[in-house]
Ligand binder design. Structure first.
Ligand code: WT7
Length: 632
């Protein structure tokens, strides 16, 4: 705790000096920076702007040059249990060849490459290859639909798309290339000149000569020498889409220098990372956690990590624990939803209980993505960590690039359900609607008061939305608005996150905009109006609940069940299976105020099954409350 407090004090005393020291010691710069923070165009902050570096060099070459080429970078376990090992020398070879292949396809510095793949070494290689040549990647989660992929291809202006023939999860084969073909056919992305396909299963796929290329064929003939392209520290390393309060996802734009610094530094601090650790982050590369704690952080530190293709419940719910035992994992990082579902599974099938496995290699456990309820925290600590391993509950966001508020293992006294204290240099606070600090013990809005190196730099193509979403005038225009509610403990000052304060849902740690789902629903020919809210769910944290009115008469019985199932499939096609509403409720109309605003608070109560205590006298048709109470 003293060491932590020292670092916190250093950052307060000399903010720029604190960050400059970290950046100079954690990363290798081909041209050292002389400027640290530039605030002249705030909130468009610049960090280490005149410095140059290459992210792929920092993640791969420097370890090989230091004589560690034969060190294991990745232990890859396929869905069927087949294990393969990738050294830093292998990575250098693979990334260089793929980078050369991209260049030959005309991809260069500043071009955008969309990566639509499942969990694979090739996915990591594709990301690193983009970084190597200064191309900006945008990874689209393999569970997104063709329409969602199309929107992202168009918005980011991609010139190349990297995908796979198929993906394998839970013993099942699912398409990728055919969805990518559909996405391209939807139009608006004619700039995509090359589609590069990783052959995962060998399943049959359609082929467009001159546009489509097999990854293995392209790389076979390329040289394994590809000098890393130095880029300015502010060069966009990647754009990652995430949900916001409107129907349109936001392209969160990250930098190279500041981002990479924090991905590496947080791993050192939060996981007390040591050279002989085996790290395993179970996230997908399609989310920020997979970017920072698979593709960039662990590799920047020259570490060894497990990458897993499959799902936690296949072939049985003991898969995670079995893998930890077999690979001697010491640092394990997963989502509360996974923990909760594995708790349930172990109650049904005692063979999948963590107690059945040798988990003595574990040193530190982490969670991310959503609040963890104290019951799940305690179970994780006791049964997975054997009561020995600190649990780090890490609060952060796509926009923050890396951990922001988290315990430091062995230092911070832990309290289940609290992410405890901000990392050194992170000026987190809880304020009211006018931006004034609220006293501890009083709930408020979570903000970050000073810019930090790994913060997002912009929303791709929409600087106005960047400013209004994250630096709203109501809060004075200078505070970073996280979009979460929080409260600090009276005694310890610890932060507890109280969930989103905007129209964003968190389902199984996945972020979904209610407006996105509403737009998907109203695009259905039978739907007149839709309102989507979240309700608490034992396993997924929150569940999607949709209230729907139709352009035809109210469906009843079997008809309603069928229509609900059709709408779920529809939303799955429009956005992706993760966005499918769990509950669908039909009504003749939706509860509205006199001015015509949908009464969302009332809908939230209905979704929870609460008794309605609110004033409903303004409702035109109070009987709809009964209709809307019935879930399909
Ligand atoms: C939102 C960000 C961070 C990477 C994965 C999700 C929620 C995240 C925690 C936590 C409580 C958390 C917040 C945040 N969240 N971590 N430890 N405790 N809530 O990234 O998709 O950008 O979502 O996830 O609501 O704003 P994301």
């Amino acid at each position: 705790m003293h060491a932590y407090q020292d670092l916190v004090a250093q950052a307060v005393r000399d903010y720029e000096g604190f960050w400059a020291n970290l950046a100079a010691t954690t990363l290798d710069w081909s041209k050292p920076f002389t400027k640290v923070l530039d605030e002249t165009e705030a909130p468009f902050y610049k960090w280490f702007e005149d410095g140059e570096l290459n992210a792929s060099y920092n993640c791969i070459d420097r370890h090989v040059e230091a004589g560690n080429g034969s060190r294991r970078a990745i232990v890859f376990e396929a869905d069927d249990g087949k294990v393969s090992y990738v050294t830093y020398a292998d990575l250098l070879n693979g990334v260089s060849r793929f980078a050369n292949a991209l260049k030959r396809r005309g991809v260069g510095k500043g071009d955008r490459v969309v990566i639509y793949m499942s969990m694979s070494v090739q996915g990591v290689v594709a990301m690193q290859a983009c970084a190597r040549i200064g191309a900006t990647h945008s990874v689209v989660f393999g569970g997104f639909s063709s329409k969602a992929l199309n929107e992202r291809l168009v918005d980011v202006g991609a010139t190349a798309l990297v995908t796979a023939d198929e993906q394998v999860r839970g013993g099942k084969t699912l398409p990728l290339k055919s969805i990518a073909d559909e996405a391209l056919a939807l139009g608006g992305c004619e700039a995509v000149k090359s589609v590069i396909v990783y052959q995962r299963t060998g399943g049959e796929v359609a082929w467009k000569e001159g546009r489509d290329f097999w990854m293995h064929e392209l790389t076979q003939t390329e040289s394994d020498q590809c000098p890393p392209e130095p880029v300015g520290a502010e060069h966009p390393l990647f754009i990652l889409y995430t949900s916001g309060s409107t129907g349109k996802p936001k392209g969160v734009q990250h930098s190279t220098g500041g981002y990479l610094l924090w991905a590496a530094q947080t791993l050192k601090w939060t996981f007390d990372w040591k050279q002989n650790d085996v790290f395993w982050c179970t996230a997908d590369i399609g989310w920020i956690t997979g970017h920072s704690y698979i593709t960039y952080g662990p590799l920047a530190l020259g570490g060894t990590q497990v990458v897993f293709e499959g799902v936690p419940t296949f072939p049985n719910a003991g898969r995670f624990w079995d893998m930890i035992a077999r690979h001697r994992v010491s640092l394990f990082y997963t989502a509360p939803t996974a923990i909760r579902s594995l708790i349930k599974a172990s109650e049904v099938d005692s063979k999948s209980h963590p107690k059945q496995f040798d988990l003595t290699s574990l040193r530190i456990l982490g969670t991310v993505g959503e609040p963890i309820n104290p019951e799940a925290w305690v179970w994780y600590h006791e049964n997975v960590g054997g009561g020995r391993c600190p649990v780090v509950d890490t609060w952060w966001q796509t926009e923050t690039g890396g951990h922001m508020i988290t315990p430091l293992p062995g230092a911070t006294p832990l309290v289940p359900g609290s992410c405890t204290l901000p990392l050194p240099g992170i000026m987190a606070a809880v304020v009211d609607e006018t931006g004034q600090d609220v006293p501890n013990g009083q709930g408020g809005i979570l903000v970050i008061k000073r810019p930090w190196p790994s913060m997002l730099r912009n929303i791709w193509g929409d600087p106005d939305r960047y400013r209004s979403s994250y630096f709203p005038e109501e809060l004075g225009g200078k505070l970073y608005l996280a979009g979460d509610g929080a409260v600090r403990d009276n005694g310890t000052g610890y932060f507890t996150i109280m969930g989103r304060i905007d129209d964003v849902l968190n389902v199984s740690g996945h972020r979904l905009g209610t407006m996105e789902i509403e737009s998907a629903l109203v695009a259905h020919p039978l739907v007149a109006e839709a309102a989507v809210v979240g309700r608490p769910d034992d396993t997924t944290g929150e569940a999607v609940c949709a209230f729907v009115t139709l352009k035809r008469e109210l469906p009843v019985g079997e008809d309603a069940t069928q229509l609900a199932s059709e709408l779920r499939t529809w939303v799955g096609k429009q956005i992706g299976p993760i966005a499918k509403p769990k509950d669908i409720r039909f009504g003749d109309n939706l509860p509205k105020t006199r001015s015509g605003k949908i009464m969302r608070r009332l809908l939230r109560s209905l979704a929870k099954g609460e008794e309605i205590t609110q004033d409903v006298s303004t409702l035109e048709n109070p009987t709809i409350l009964e209709q809307l109470g019935e879930s399909r």
